[in-house]
Design a protein around this ligand. Structure first.
Ligand code: GUN
Length: 298
């Protein structure tokens, strides 16, 4: 393999060490950072993510609770639960795991979360602040990607970054962060999606290519410029009879061939995934510091 492996697990480990120190500091002031995750239904991938989040909290000394609601729960009941958490003084972070069942309006649910406790950075207030360049908290997966680039000193300034996927969770906020006027951004960003024409021609121009579309092995070697950095956000389950689980995880990038051409690449698993969780831990602690008045908001 030619490419440098961008080890998200290692970078996440460093960030979590720092978060653990911040937790100790908060505890010395009698503040116990606390995250509540709400999961509606039984989506198997969501159940894994939620379990991993709870486990990470436990390791770092952050209090966490997962509220499991039945698939058929009405939207009003979910909104009622959110209002209770908004008011609860001991709760610093609220995360509603997406996707929600089809009968719920995700935008309405997200907007109901107290923006001070919005550790996903999905609330319209926080998305707006991010866009203006004065973030309250940073969105977890995009922030995790930026931290990987920082750790490996991969320069973004003046670089052409092509992002595949225009989701509110990754593509749109990441594009936003990377065009900001600061040392770890200043990039020229192209946000490509399912209606983009000539995707291949666009991708080969990228100094940094980010794939966040949820299509296994979509990015092939012919789409990658020699020496580019490739960030794979995809975590797709692909049927695999040889695996005891019946499936294996595949990124959005065809790793084996792209790793022969790229200068640096994130693996799946062990790339962006662990970073999302590390940044969520960081956001929970930062929210606790804001809410308790230790850290000033802008
Ligand atoms: N579903 C997939 N990624 C995420 C995330 O980062 N936050 C939430 N709340 N749901 C998700």
């Amino acid at each position: 393999m030619k490419a440098l492996l961008l080890d998200g697990k290692k970078v996440a480990g460093h960030i979590k060490e720092d978060v653990a120190r911040q937790v100790e500091e908060l505890k010395s002031r009698n503040i116990l950072p606390r995250l509540v995750v709400v999961l509606v239904g039984k989506d198997p991938a969501s159940e894994v993510y939620v379990r991993n989040k709870a486990r990470a909290c436990e390791k770092l000394g952050i209090q966490s609770e997962t509220i499991h609601l039945d698939e058929k729960t009405g939207e009003e009941e979910l909104l009622r639960q959110i209002r209770l958490l908004n008011e609860e003084r001991s709760v610093h972070g609220i995360l509603v795991q997406l996707p929600l069942p089809g009968h719920m309006d995700s935008d309405k649910v997200i907007a109901a979360i107290n923006p001070d406790k919005d550790v996903d950075c999905f609330h319209p207030r926080n998305v707006g602040l991010l866009m203006q360049g004065h973030p309250y908290l940073l969105p977890c997966t995009p922030a995790g990607i930026v931290e990987i680039l920082k750790y490996y000193t991969i320069d973004t300034q003046g670089k052409h970054i092509v992002i595949l996927g225009r989701s509110n969770i990754v593509g749109k906020p990441l594009a936003n962060m990377l065009v900001q006027k600061n040392k770890w951004a200043n990039a020229t960003v192209t946000l490509a999606h399912s209606r983009t024409k000539n995707i291949r021609e666009l991708c080969v121009q990228a100094d940094i290519l980010v794939a966040a579309i949820g299509k296994p092995a979509f990015v092939t070697a012919d789409m990658v410029k020699e020496g580019a950095t490739v960030i794979d956000v995809g975590i797709n389950r692909v049927d695999d009879g040889d695996s005891p689980r019946g499936y294996r995880l595949s990124g959005d990038v065809h790793f084996e061939t792209v790793a022969q051409k790229a200068a640096a690449i994130t693996p799946v698993p062990g790339g962006v995934g662990p970073m999302t969780i590390a940044m969520l831990m960081q956001n929970t602690v930062t929210a606790a510091r804001y809410i308790s008045g230790i850290k000033e908001q802008i």
